[in-house]
Design a protein around this ligand. Structure first.
Ligand code: ADP
Length: 917
């Protein structure tokens, strides 16, 4: 057997032709030889055998021309070339060899005329190589280029490509049309050739794209024509070659002029609308401000008239004018508030205050209205609500008062509940949730959104049953938004409404007041009918670690009390609602007092109003304390501690060392600088009644001129005046005084009412500040403070006939449910205690004892609030707050104001008592 190796050895006797044929067998390219006419194959190597499907051994049997296996589309041209081979000698063609219908091979074939030794044509030699892959790739490229072109040409945008040097290499037809150039004209051009003005920017942008490899996006404005600016939106991105090298950039841009113009128009329209709205709110603010000035005249002059007119009927008319004036002023203040908020001019204050105490006081004053309609007002603070928070109390109060007043106004039966809870509590921040729920008439679903819009009411007919302006909720909702929340409502017609809002607050570190330590572990029986009320009391007691038992009527209360006695764990005290179901709370106490083991158990009674009857009962039945609902946590716990003998009565403290300034009654010489005639008359009228001598200057300049002509004791200076304003006049008068070596007090009179205005007045050298409308009372208090002159209205010398109106008698009568003898009794008690309380406050201030000041001011405030002593109650409240803020210097300053206002109130109260006789 011969080996394969041996087979390839060519014997020496082999002819040249055979050797050549043998060598061709080794060539990997297709090779074959054709007859000179090109029709028959004379020889072919194995690769060609495979592709053409013809074997060397079968060549003799060939009947058809080999050309039959060439694709018909390529065949004719090949035949033509083969016919010309004698002249051509050589040619190349790309052909498809299609041996069978499903096999097609792309080849590139070279045909060469081969000559014999004598130079005669011998045969045609063919070499061919498979170019299928390349052809395929080329075809794909062509296809993708076609797609790219159709895309680029059909898009309604301009497309271009540039090389690294910024020369255009391609632009779509749209772009060419845009530039009015053909592609061939455009290719090779740069931005400097095409857009000399913009070229610098374009080249810079292109460089950025090439450098970063990132896409670039911009809206460019193009100067087109003189007035018009046209805008295009541009996107540019790098073009990379196969190896990822950035070889240029491609970009597209499209016209956005219409969009930009629409945006501009929209912006202009918005600015216009905003400025119109600003003008409206400014107008509102200015108008309401201006209305305050004449209101000053109306209210002030009425007040002045009331001091001199005695006829009952005329007095009633005047009082009507006064109360209408006051409500008009409230409305104007509402509008002012509203427009201030609208104009973004309202700033919230951040002050520390006690939430439970302040809101508790506020709600108790509104409770009178609820109780008058036999509604229960329940106030519930969750145990984890911080006591002391930092925020704007006045604004929070405004929102709550509005919601609760509405709830009472729109509810005829049932209850109104105020609930305060904590949603989040962390690192000195708390999110509180306030809820005001009523069982009233409800609000139809389609009006729920509307009621927050200014001047909108559910019932806007002229015959509507409920009063109001429709501003309250609009203001409340805006205030809540300012405080970081949203005022929401849900409601069922006939089923009541629920208003909620959340608010973020900071809380002081001592956010929980320490409950009175001695109360820990004491046990109390609560006898309360209303389930929610029981929850409220339970919350309060649990914070002080007081154990509670609960009962809802006399029978089960007695049962529980007796059982506890038997178990030798008697209740330390009973907290009893006066408004129990069938029997009033007094029945229970009566029963208790008949059982020896319960005869001396302390009882605290919670009541809507103190009536003559209850006061009698109090003495007879040994009720330790009576608290008006909604009861405040601190009052309840203090009262319990007092009843259990754990605290001494703070108001029993004796002794006073506070030096009094003896008042002078010498008339004063006063310079009044005021341009408004009504105000001039009012102030002159008020002061002349006191025997003072007044000189009037009509503007600041006159005031400065008049000042050295007289030895004035006091200057009253309007701030806004023509020619020279009050600040400038004060400045000049102060300079004069420095030269003369005197200093006369100057009081600013202004319609502005903000803290900033006060600061500005003081900075200008004025001593005090009085905001309009001017109240006689305030003016006299200030005069007394600065000059020591006690006015007849504010001093002990006031005539008994003078109508002073210092006590809110309506409120006082409300407190006692209209029971006059009871009120007289309560007032007698108050008058007896009053000097003790006053002394206690003076002493606390003198000793710098904040705690005592706080407690004494607080209890004075409580007593006065119920009896209608609004002004001194307010001052006492201020003192309490100052004590909390440890500002005893300011408290000291406030003291004379409190004393004089207390004197007015007590004098009026004494007159009231005198009428009894
Ligand atoms: P006002 O009470 O002065 O009319 P508000 O802005 O406070 O203005 O309230 C707007 C309207 O919303 C009221 O007129 C009333 O129709 C409706 N409303 C507000 N609170 C309640 C409530 N608790 N129950 C039923 N309706 C209410």
């Amino acid at each position: 057997m011969k080996s394969d190796h041996e087979k390839t050895i060519v014997p020496a006797s082999v002819s040249d032709a055979d050797m050549a044929a043998g060598l061709l067998m080794l060539v990997s390219e297709m090779t074959w030889a054709l007859s000179l006419d090109g029709q028959r194959i004379l020889f072919l190597n194995p690769v060609a055998e495979t592709v053409l499907g013809i074997q060397n051994t079968e060549l003799e049997l060939q009947s058809d021309s080999w050309l039959a296996s060439i694709h018909p589309d390529d065949r004719l041209a090949l035949q033509q070339n083969l016919l010309e081979i004698a002249e051509l000698r050589q040619f190349s063609r790309e052909l498809r060899i299609t041996r069978t219908t499903d096999l097609e091979v792309w080849v590139k074939a070279t045909f060469q005329l081969i000559l014999d030794a004598e130079g005669r044509p011998s045969f045609v030699g063919v070499t061919a190589k498979d170019v299928a892959k390349r052809i395929d790739a080329e075809r794909q490229l062509e296809e993708s280029q076609a797609i790219y072109h159709s895309l680029v040409e059909s898009m309604p945008i301009n497309v271009f490509r540039k090389d690294r040097d910024g020369r255009i290499v391609f632009a779509n037809q749209r772009y060419c049309n845009e530039l009015n150039m053909s592609l061939s004209q455009l290719v090779g051009k740069t931005d400097y050739d095409l857009f000399p003005e913009m070229a610098h920017k374009y080249v810079k942008d292109d460089a950025w794209v090439l450098q970063t490899g990132l896409a670039f996006h911009d809206i460019e404005s193009h100067p087109a024509g003189h007035e018009d600016l046209s805008y295009v939106e541009v996107l540019k991105a790098p073009v990379c070659d196969a190896s990822g090298r950035r070889i240029g950039i491609q970009g597209m841009f499209w016209d956005v002029t219409a969009r930009k113009k629409a945006e501009q128009a929209l912006r202009q329209a918005k600015e216009l609308a905003e400025s119109a709205s600003r003008a409206k709110t400014d107008f509102l603010a200015n108008v309401s401000h201006e209305i305050r000035t004449p209101m000053n005249g109306i209210i002030g002059i009425t007040e002045l008239l009331l001091t001199s007119i005695r006829e009952k009927e005329h007095r009633e008319y005047l009082e009507l004018i006064q109360s209408s004036g006051e409500s008009l002023l409230t409305l104007i203040n509402d509008i002012l508030d509203f427009s201030k908020i609208e104009a973004g001019k309202l700033q919230l204050e951040s002050k520390r205050f006690s939430l439970r105490d302040s809101l508790g006081d506020t709600l108790r004053s509104i409770a009178v209205r609820a109780h008058a309609k036999q509604l229960e007002l329940i106030v519930n603070f969750a145990a984890d609500v911080p006591d002391e928070i930092v925020g704007d109390l006045a604004r929070l109060r405004q929102v709550i008062v509005n919601l609760v007043s509405n709830a009472i106004k729109f509810t005829d039966r049932g209850e109104v509940e105020v609930d305060v809870s904590t949603l989040k509590l962390r690192d000195g921040h708390a999110r509180l949730m306030f809820t005001v729920t009523d069982t009233g008439i409800g609000i139809p679903a389609d009006k729920l959104k509307l009621i927050f819009v200014e001047f909108e009411q559910v019932d806007s007919s002229t015959t509507r049953q409920y009063g109001g302006t429709g501003l309250g909720l609009a203001i409340a909702s805006k205030l809540v938004t300012l405080m970081g929340g949203e005022l929401k409502v849900d409601s069922v017609v006939g089923g009541g409404s629920r208003f909620t809002f959340e608010m973020d607050v900071h809380f002081a570190e001592t956010f929980f007041e320490q409950p009175l330590e001695g109360l820990r572990g004491q046990s109390v029986l609560m006898v309360v009918r209303n389930a929610k009320q029981r929850v409220v009391l339970n919350n309060i007691f649990s914070r002080a670690f007081v154990r509670t038992h609960q009962a809802i009527a006399t029978a089960d209360a007695m049962e529980t009390l007796e059982r506890l006695v038997k178990q030798q764990t008697p209740a330390a005290a009973v907290v009893c609602d006066a408004e129990l179901d069938q029997d009033s709370g007094t029945e229970l106490i009566r029963s208790m007092r008949q059982v020896p083991s319960l005869a001396y158990t302390p009882v605290i009674m919670l009541t809507r109003a103190v009536s003559h009857q209850t006061v009698n009962n109090r003495e007879q039945l040994g009720i330790d304390d009576m608290l008006i609902k909604p009861v405040k946590e601190k009052d309840l716990l203090t009262s319990l501690a007092l009843a259990l003998g754990l605290l001494n009565d703070i108001t029993t403290a004796q002794g006073s060392a506070y030096g009094r300034i003896e008042p002078s009654l010498e008339p004063l010489v006063v310079l009044l600088a005021e341009d408004n005639r009504v105000n001039q008359k009012l102030v002159v009228g008020l002061l002349e009644k006191q025997g003072h001598r007044i000189t009037v200057a009509h503007n600041g300049r006159q005031a400065v001129e008049m000042y050295p002509q007289n030895a004035f004791d006091l200057v009253l200076m309007d701030v806004q005046m023509p020619e020279m304003d009050g600040y400038q006049a004060t400045h000049e008068i102060r300079q004069l005084q420095t030269r003369l070596g005197v200093r006369v007090p100057i009081i600013a009179l202004t319609a502005h009412a903000s803290a900033d205005d006060r600061k500005r007045c003081l900075a200008a050298g004025m001593d005090e500040y009085l905001s309009k409308p001017i109240r006689a009372q305030d003016l006299f208090v200030l005069i007394e403070k600065l000059t020591g002159h006690r006015s007849a209205l504010s001093g002990p010398g006031a005539s008994a006939d003078t109508h002073q109106n210092c006590v809110d008698w309506e409120h006082a009568f409300d407190t006692v449910g209209g029971d006059r003898p009871l009120l007289q009794e309560l007032i007698a008690v108050f008058l007896k205690d009053q000097s003790k309380m006053e002394t206690s406050i003076e002493r606390a201030i003198q000793r710098n004892d904040e705690k005592e000041l706080r407690l004494s001011a607080h209890s004075l405030k409580g007593a006065l609030t119920h009896l209608g002593g609004r002004e001194p109650a307010r001052i006492a409240g201020e003192l309490e707050l100052l004590a909390k803020n440890e500002d005893l210097a300011a408290a000291k300053e406030l003291l004379p104001k409190l004393k004089s206002s207390l004197e007015n109130v007590s004098r009026e109260m004494k007159q009231f008592l005198a009428k009894r006789a």
